[in-house]
Design a protein around this ligand. Structure first.
Ligand code: NOJ
Length: 585
């Protein structure tokens, strides 16, 4: 039974076109740089800001509109920089504030905007505020910036509630008071070294407005907001036994069932640590702060694992954030029905609040999509892949990944690309345990592999030390053997390479304004095929975007002229299994 019943190509308008002069972030393609792993200028095996600056021309060639930099702030790096000790300075491993200024100026000269990461849910335990809190007494203003509570039980030896940490283990740690006795507990939804702020304390809000201003004054174009759904907790901090549903789709349970289907999530209990009403007031203040600033428009992008999509859309109402990552799309398995559902729901929910949809397939927290799509699609997305776990089919994964990206970049809206996906990089699945740094691995005693496999340093040059990542031989995480033949120098100028495919898709997307077009289901859409027409905002160009997820090759409509294909078509021009095309119709 086909899911799409329309018989004419334009009968089912999924999403109307945007104005041609829509703000840049409505259709921007934004490239995520994970600074530790993109380019190393000094040979210490860890990427840095001068390394990024030197390689920015590559991104201009690639054709992206902006970069998002994962955190580069002063940090003890217990969570790779998502544990910030000083929000207004650069960690020496990455460089200096002067290097950041140079990076921002160089990017702007190349026509590339710069988005930085903001981590407002927690600080590092080495932040001066937290050190002061530990030194101060219970009930003091210093403790009041964080979530300190008395323990339960006669001697307070039980944590204040049963909340777990997203990384495994308990979400609370007990401190030793100045007199040497066991004392209060503090909440950390992530690692022990990442204490949660108390956002009911106005001092915290004021501090973050000041941090926003600091980076806007340095010229940034926006902020990706870390765990934007976590800042406010339900009053009374009630116990919770439901699934956490953060970026670990299995919730530390590799046998977990698939996440609820789209539309079913509304029945799930709302977790007291996520998506509380109070967060919206914070983002309204931030939006107003950014809009009151002189200079170009700056944006906010929510990292919020919130379900269902209609709840996520509340983060991008017109006086709140500009974008929110569409993780439902990222989590969708290679299945035409699921893809239809998520695309339809995404436009319905975002159009209802007048926001663009922000598509994404990979980032530094999930198994790379070139590997993910080569795994058994009936199982939930794993949190990393170790050598003794089921291995992805690399060839199948890459084939599907190229098709999935062609689908994503053909969809109106904004899109994020994670460094290295333009090379078709797979997840590292043979990393020896001694290299693993994701706190999840240690906190779950290796039960969860964690996210190191998607964070491996980039291969630039096949025959160079560290595959051209830097002048030294070493890299902070080992590069898998397969990365050599996928290096940038092996793909540049090679017809059909993943890099050239991305370049040509991004160029066409820009010329045809695909990100601002309208989308309508095409009659070829059914249980096996996802097909829609993207009509440019001025109506002059119509692009058929089609992905074949079935077993039979699909014939294109008469007169369709293929402009892009993720793989070779059949000899008679049909679209084979796991292949996507863009065709002018
Ligand atoms: C989400 C970030 O993307 C992830 O890398 C980090 O570990 C957590 N938030 C905690 O900051």
């Amino acid at each position: 039974m086909g899911r799409v019943t329309q018989t004419t190509t334009d009968a089912a308008v999924l999403h109307p076109a945007s104005p041609v002069d829509a703000p840049w972030w409505h259709d921007a393609v934004i490239y995520q740089i994970y600074p530790r792993s993109w380019a190393d200028s000094d040979g210490d095996g860890v990427g840095d800001l001068p390394g990024i600056t030197a390689r920015l021309p590559y991104l201009r060639e690639l054709g992206v509109d902006a970069i998002w930099l994962s955190p580069f702030y002063v940090s003890p790096m217990h969570d790779a920089g998502y544990d910030v000790a000083d929000y207004r300075n650069i960690d020496p491993v990455f460089g200096s504030l002067g290097d950041a200024d140079t990076l921002i100026a160089t990017a702007h000269d190349l026509g590339i905007k710069v988005i930085v990461d903001l981590v407002p849910n927690h600080s590092s335990s080495e932040h001066e505020w937290f050190r002061a809190a530990l030194a101060a007494a219970p009930g003091s203003p210093e403790r009041g910036r964080y979530m300190f509570r008395e323990g339960k039980g006669e001697d307070g030896s039980e944590p204040p509630n049963n909340w777990p940490s997203v990384f495994g283990g308990a979400g609370w740690t007990r401190v030793v008071e100045a007199d040497g006795t066991p004392g209060q507990w503090y909440l950390h939804l992530f690692d022990t070294t990442q204490p949660d702020y108390d956002w009911t304390n106005p001092e915290v809000g004021d501090e973050f407005v000041s941090i926003l201003s600091f980076w806007c004054d340095r010229g940034v174009d926006g902020f990706r907001v870390d765990v934007a759904n976590a800042l406010v907790k339900e009053e009374g901090l009630p116990d919770f036994d439901g699934p956490l549903q953060a970026f670990d789709a299995t919730d530390h349970n590799p046998e977990a069932a698939l996440p609820p289907a789209h539309g079913e999530e509304a029945d799930q209990p709302r977790a007291p640590m996520w998506d509380q009403e109070g967060v919206h007031e914070i983002y309204r203040r931030w939006r107003a702060t950014l809009e009151a600033m002189p200079g170009p428009e700056r944006i906010l992008c929510a990292e919020a694992w919130v379900k269902p999509g209609s709840r996520l859309a509340r983060y991008v109402r017109e006086d709140e954030m500009h974008q929110a990552f569409n993780f439902d799309f990222l989590d969708t398995h290679w299945d035409a029905t699921q893809l239809h559902d998520v695309i339809e729901a995404s436009y319905r929910d975002n159009d209802a609040v007048g926001a663009p949809t922000t598509w994404v397939l990979s980032n530094h927290d999930v198994v790379r999509h070139a590997s993910r799509l080569g795994l058994d699609q009936s199982l939930p997305r794993p949190n990393g892949i170790a050598a003794d776990q089921p291995q992805p089919d690399a060839e199948l994964g890459l084939r599907r990944a190229r098709a999935a990206t062609m689908l994503m970049l053909g969809l109106p809206g904004s899109a994020y690309i994670y460094q290295g996906e333009e090379l078709g990089l797979p997840e590292s699945t043979d990393m020896p345990d001694e290299f693993r740094q994701d706190p999840t691995f240690a906190r779950t005693r290796g039960k969860e592999t964690g996210r190191d496999g998607c964070r491996v340093p980039m291969p630039w040059v096949r025959d160079a030390p560290s595959l051209g990542f830097g002048p030294g031989d070493g890299t902070w995480l080992p590069q898998p053997e397969s990365y050599g033949r996928l290096a940038v120098d092996q793909q540049e100028g090679v017809a059909g390479s993943t890099l050239e495919l991305y370049r040509s898709m991004l160029a066409a997307r820009r010329v045809d304004r695909l990100g601002l077009g309208s989308a309508s289901w095409h009659e070829l859409s059914d249980d096996d095929v996802v097909a829609f027409v993207n009509a440019s905002p001025d109506g002059s160009r119509r692009t058929l975007v089609l992905v074949n997820l079935g077993t039979e090759a699909v014939e294109l409509p008469e007169g369709a002229t293929v402009t892009h294909q993720s793989e070779e078509l059949t000899g008679d021009g049909r679209v084979p299994t796991d292949v996507a095309v863009w065709a002018r119709i």
